[in-house]
Write a protein that binds this ligand. Sequence first.
Ligand code: UDP
Length: 490
Amino acid sequence: MGSKSDHLNFVLIPLMAPGHTIPMIDMAKLFAKRGVNITIILTPLDATRFRPVIERAVGSGLPIQLLQVKFPSEEAGLPPGCESADSLLSFDLMPNFFNAVTMLQKPMEEILKKLNPTPSCIICAKHLVWTVDTCKTFQIPRIVFDGMSCFTQLVTNKIYVSKIHERVAPEKPFIVPDLPDEIEFTKIQLPGSFNPGALNIAGFREQVRKTESQAYGMVVNSFEEVEQRYVDELRKVKKVWCIGPLSLWSNESLDIAQRGNNQDSINSDQFLNWLDSKKQGSVIYACLGSLSRLSTAQFIELALGLEESSHPFVLVVKTSGGNSEEIGKWILEEGFEERTKERGLLIRGWAPQVLILSHSAVGGFLTHCGWNSTLEGICSGLPMITWPMFSEQFLNEKLVVQILGTGVGVGARAVVHLGEEQKPEMKVMRNGITKAIQRVMDEGKEGCERRKMAKELGEKARRSVEVGGSSDLNARLLIQEIAQLGKSKQ
Ligand code: UDP
C-alpha cells in the first residue's frame, strides 16, 4: 500500500547557481523521505554535478526523478556549456544569464505536461518569474525558495516599504524601521535592489520583486529557533515554512564529502589526516563561497592576514576567474605555501565545506556570509569571522554578529558587487582579518562565551530537524497543505 503522500509530486526548479542547487537537492531528499514524489529539473551541467547524489538517494528507495532541460546558453549570448552562475567567465554576462533563465518557460512546460503523477506544486527560485504563468496554467501553487533567511526577508521588506534608503547619504547609517531589534545599515551595505552596481538588471529585479509577492508561500532554509522573532513578524505578511537547515537533512557520508561537486579537488584522506594532526578547535577554515572572486591584491591581504594570525588554517583558493593564474603565481613565487606549510593547507577549487566544518580540529569559520555558508557554520556550532561581500551578505553578518553574538567582522564596509572586485577602495586590510581571527580564537572570557553560544545554536539547529522538531513539523505541515489544496481542486 502506498503512503499518504505518494500521489503528490513536488516539482523543484532551482536557479542555476551552487547556492541554490545545493540546498534544493537537500530539499528533494527531505520531502522524498516523507513519501512525496519529487521531480527535480536541472540543466545538463548541474545534472552531471548532482546525478551521483540523486542516484544514491534513489538507490536507497527515495522517490526522486531527475529530469534535464537544455539551458539556452548560446541563444542568450553565453558561451556553450555556460549553464550556471559559477561558470560565467565574467559577471558582465549576468544579464545574458538571466535572459537564458527567462527563456526556460516553454521547455519546462513541455516537461511538466508529461509528468505522472501530475505536478502538485512548483518550488522554485524567485528568479524564475515565468513560473507565475506556468502555475496558473497548471492550476498549482507556486512556492518560492530564494535561499535567504527570514531576517533578510523582513529587513528588505521594511526597507522596501519605508524607502528609507532613498532619504540617506550612501555612507550614513540609518535604522531600519519596525524591526524587533535596532538594526543599523548604510546604503552601501544593502543588496543590489537598493544599492545597484554597474550591471543593468534593474528591470529584471523589478519583475522578480513583483512576481515574488504573487507566490502562494515561501520555503526558507532556516530554523525557527535561530530567528524566531523575525519568523513571527514575516508570517504576518507571508506564508512561510522554515524547513532548514537543509544541509542537515543530508547525513550520508559520501553525500557530505561530495556536496556540490562530485569531483574531489583534494584527496579527502590527505586533508582529514592533516586536520587530525591539529589541536581540537585550533584551525580556521576560510572559504568565500562559490561565486565571489577576490582581486589579487585582496587575496594577498587574506593570505597574509591568515599567516599573521598564527593559527593553523585551511584556505580555499578559486581556480576559476580571470586572475586565478596570477593568484596561483603569487602563492608559489612569494613562497606563501612553502612558508606556511606546517600550519596552512590550501585547497584549490572546490572544498568539501560541510565535511571540513564538522571536523573537531576546526575552531572558527572565516566566511563571506552567503546564507548557506552562514547556516552551515551555525550547524557546526562554530564562531565565525565575517567578511560579507555582495548580495544580502551584510544582512547575514548583522544576524550573526549583532543578534546571535557568534561572529566578529573583519571590517568590510560596503558591498563589492560581482564583477566589481577590482575597486581598490573596498579592500579589507590584513590587520582587520588578523584581529577578527584573534578575537574569535581568544581563550579569554569573551571568546569562551562566544564559542559557548555558537555550540548551543548548533545543538538547536540539530534538534530542529529531529522528529517533532520545528523544521520537521513545518515540512509536514507544508506537505499536508499541498495535499489539501490538491483535494479541494478535485
Ligand atoms: N561550497 C562548498 N565548497 C566550496 C565553495 C562552496 O561546498 O569550495 C558550498 C557551501 O557549502 C554552500 C554553497 O557552496 O553550501 C555556497 O552557498 P552560499 O550561500 O554560502 O554562497 P554563494 O556561493 O551563493 O555566494
